[in-house]
Design a protein around this ligand. Sequence first.
Ligand code: AMP
Length: 492
Amino acid sequence: MKFSCKKHCSGYASSRIDDLKFSEECGIFGGVSFNHNIAPFIQQGLFMLQHRGQESAGLCCGDKDLSIYKNKGLVMEVLSDKVIHNMKGKTGIGHVRYSTQGGSDVLHAQPHVINYLGEKVAVAHNGNVDAAVKMKKHLEKQGEVFLTTSDTEMILKKVVRELCKAPSLWTFEEIGEVLTKSFLGGAWSILFCVPGKVFAYRDPLGYRPLALCEAEEGIFVSSEDTSFQLLTRKKVIHIQPGEGVIITADGYEIKRFAPEMPSKMCVFEHIYFARPDSNIFGRNVYMARVELGKKCAIENPVDADIVVPVMDSGFAPALGFSQQSGIPFQMGLMRNRWVGRTFILPEQQMRRNSVIRKLTPMREVLEGKRVVVIDDSIVRGTTSRELVRMIKNSGAREVHFRSASPKLINTCQWGVDIPSKKELIANIYKDTAEINNFLEADSLAYLSLEGLKEIFGWNNWCYSCLTPSNVNSSEVMERNEYCGLIPAACAD
Ligand code: AMP
């Protein structure tokens, strides 16, 4: 998780808690293994979730006590084989944390572990809690002390305060009730670990995915089901919104902890975030992205000679665009797979240079061609503008840019790292023609919001980053009434 100031002075060192926006788009993996230490399974599971977070990695495991290892860096750097070899026990949870703009601190790496009444309890969280700042302030006024600015630490401390007993005595229902009452409206796929037991929950609105795998090697939960591929799988179950699971050495039990209600599955997981070989929210990510490309081609046809993807996330939509339009698919841009993510670099110039290092044009493919370039999304426009220039400099006759998602016009309160509203190119220029002028392309078009909704559905999805306002208070009220719940402990 991370925060950035509303005024966009991002980082960890701000003293003005009021200005903080908690935000997290991470990966979680955990479970109980039957015959071997769980650490190698968690290491491998997290490695498959590396795309969900490159800032830090961590693992907590044990049978009678919990040991923890976490640090900044990629999974295989932090959780090296040497580290894993020394981590014993069959129960555990792990976490990868998303990169952030500005500084960071290892304190924010997860899992978070606390010692309470002589027992340890650990938590790993993917999501973002709505009332985090308010509730944190409220708890601080009651004497609570926080080591981090993380909403995850706050969730853990809230649960401790509400349950007020040794973690080994906590029940699935009790934790679920605290989570629902306190954090309804927030996004949380979350794992709690006490020695010998893992509790997993997916928030009642189901913003973030969570899947379970019954395998020969044990029972595991993960943000994405692709991370089960290294196991001998017997059964994979997708945990539904408002459901959770208790895992012990004796097996697992999936239980509902909150009433069913209209869900808010994050459409951006499908557009960009999740791995293409994962199945989330009832559909395969790759197939969904191909559909996005097809729809974009239907809505925004163009006379061109080749379709070129912006690798990696533009690959599947470009393929769909090509299949639908009949325009041949060509790899006109080559991706250097060793370059880190450009999106998170703090300076615009750094991001620009990084785009050039990441994607290089192939003159042999592009020269003299009318090119359609497809990316999954346009955020600040940095990538697209650089690419248009590169492709033109490589001799392309025309460059037509297509975004396989609608205009990104809002930030995300529920965890996807989207820069401040004023940095979004679709907010800087209201008109597509103006954005096109900025990109210096021959034409620009986006998939429409209606088109996107036709693919995914009109209800049960969160489209808030693609719509002007992402807080609908009457909706929140309705939801709370629906559950007979009052958002707890937020009042000063
Ligand atoms: P930009 O250059 O700011 O327009 O960024 C656009 C690129 O960032 C596209 O290639 C997207 O695949 C990628 N992208 C979109 N959303 C995110 C995100 N939340 N985190 C990292 N990369 C993203």
